[in-house]
Design a protein around this ligand. Sequence first.
Ligand code: ANZ
Ligand code: ZN
Length: 800
Amino acid sequence: MHYDFAAIEKKWQKLWEETGVFHAKNDFSLPKFYALVEFPYPSGQGLHVGHPRSYTALDIVSRKRRLEGYNVLYPMGWDAFGLPTENFAIKNHIHPEIVTKNNVAHFKQQLQSLGLSFDWSREINTTDPLYYRWTQWIFLQLFKKGLAYKKEMRVNWCTSCKCVLANEEVVNGVCERCGSEVVHKVKSQWMLKITDYAQRLIDDLDGLDYIERVKTQQKNWIGRSTGAQVRFDTAAGDPLLIYTTRPDTIFGATYMVIAPEHPILEKWADKIENLDAVRAYQDEAAHKSDFERTEVQKDKTGVEIKGVRAVNPATGKEIPIFLSDYVLVTYGTGAIMAVPAHDERDFAFARTFGLPVVEVVAGGNVEQEAFTDCATGTMVNSGFLDGLTVEEAKEKIIAWLEETGRGEAKVNYKLRDWVFSRQRYWGEPIPLVYCEKCGWVPVPEDQLPLRLPEVASYEPTDNGESPLAAMTDWVNTVCPHCGGPARRETDTMPQWAGSSWYFLRYTDPHNGKALASPEALRYWLPVDWYNGGMEHTTLHLLYSRFWHKALFDLGIVPTSEPYQKRTSHGMILGENGEKMSKSRGNVVNPDEMVKAYGADTLRLYEMFIGDFEKAAPWSDTGIRGSKRFLERVWNLQEKLLPGDGYRPELESDLHKTIKKVTGDIESMKFNTAIAALMTLLNRFAKEGASRGEWRTFLLLLNPFAPHITEELWEVTGLGGRLNAQKWPTYDEAKCVDARVRIAVQVCGKLRGTVEMDADADQQTVQTAALELPRVQANVEGKQVVKVIFIKGKLINIVAK
Ligand code: ANZ
Ligand code: ZN
């Protein structure tokens, strides 16, 4: 019989859609399971073969959970605001709303052709005013709670997108999206105080089932460090405040460095003798990215501030102060005490500028290089710290600083507040108005959504204003507070806004009174299993944990964490092992694969391609192999035997396979689960399959290849629909190998038997046989010349 996958897949997709079998139920008494995958950005390129890897994985888990009796929520939607759509709209003179609509339609059709069991009745779209009404509402709650504030600040500015970027969006000094140069600009920006949550964002990772590399990356990004803040007196009057993680090394601080943008320079201006040189250096630094500036390898540059010196509070000695771009204004206090003997950058700088290197921790060779180890050294040249370990010295110096009022212990985080303004059109308008009398005033909640107005042009302006700024009719409004004249905020929100809470909306997507009902939130949260890309670890994943915590503090959501479990899939690479890209010409189109091989084959192949967490190259031979496997499954319907149970000789194989597939799906070892099913199929191909065995096999294969299994269930008359069955269970006692008695002969004469696993190999059986006393008696003094072995039955030892 011919395996007509196209007809089969179409039939079942239609039936699933019509019957709504995969819709989550609103019966909150059932055990629930909430599976989530990152909703896609509906770009013009359409689906990539990387998308189905993540979506199929959680589809498998969801399908299994439904068979296990859970009420499963597995939703899908569109993260549709953002630059690529806007840029496409500008170039082609089409409204971004229309571009979005077309892209979504294409993506949806592609996803549906894969047979993913999404609950399409809960589809959401971040650009839908009924959705972004709640994004705006959340923003207002954050604003009222003091977590949103506007500030003049130095921001990352993409020269090509003409837009502000968050730190997380600048990768190696260039724009994450377009790869263009990023420079700094001072602009007034809306900021979100994610730093208020830094400690909780670290601490609460402990209770979560996230893969380790996600936890590590988040912790590193938040970058907690402990140390001290110390005041250094200066000749200019104002003391200079520094942050250090190594207060123990203070006796070795031979100079100081401040960031080129440090505000204290303005106060000192009239005392600085070489102001021109200082200004020139400030100018130079403004053109570099933080990444360039802090690279350890790079040659150190700087300029000494003439006319203002500082005093090292520990040694009492006068030391010079430099301006250098390796100190960032955004971290700590923007100023450091430099200890060249024990810090690599300070060492390099001291070498360049001929500054003294004073060893204060013995154990290295500070003539040659900085000694940065703090676990083994002993303090020297450090007065009352001499002889102590680094840890002891830290404690003692902090106590001394605190007693003498020169400083105090301090915890610092690398994490910065989140720059939340974008000067672009295609985003959520920030629902605030500015009144001369009342300051920033929220748009009243009953006036939300504040819709994006129609504009003639979506082009960003060169002066860095959003295109909304040109809409004077829209901009000029009245103050909701005093009724006087006021202006609307014209910046929009970043793309990360809509995705920071989308999983909440899925629980109750049509609610017009709240972002979701408290009952739905209480029932569905937290998300039980969230799979997504590693590239979102320090962006979306962190942002959404922050929003969730803020909403939790406001009593809006019932859990302090949004996602209980987080996993991440590896990338699918081109056949050549390189990243798929248009320029390399190695992009595999999922539509073509579905057309040529079917969705079940594509799904199965993507799950069989390798370790789920690792990158794997695409292979055409590989996908054909998956297709052949499904064809063999299809053909097995002709080899069915009567009997609703398992045959004794297959019983242990079946129990073992159920156990393997059940466990492997939970631990994302999809490839080995499939391999176990292939092994079972091989046995069936040789020995046929009873209806009971076939039933179990189809259930186990169903999450991977849902269409063919439903079809086979129906055509072989197993009764009812497959998706209404129960996931098969196994008996641990039957998972052991079947034991058999093996006859042991010496030179053809029966001398005894041994009990062994049915598939024990010759070596194992022979060793056991030679231990039988009657066998030993008959081979003693002789040479074993030949062994005849029939697996599971007999061993004959020929000895002379
Ligand atoms: C003296 C010292 C001696 C330092 C030593 C290190 C080693 P983390 O661990 O990343 O928090 N630092 C402080 N503020 C800085 C800034 N704005 N820009 C650049 N560097 C800055 O690093 C803290 C250390 O980085 C601080 O401790 C300071 O140098 C430097 F043997 O102070 B340390
Ligand atoms: Zn007012």
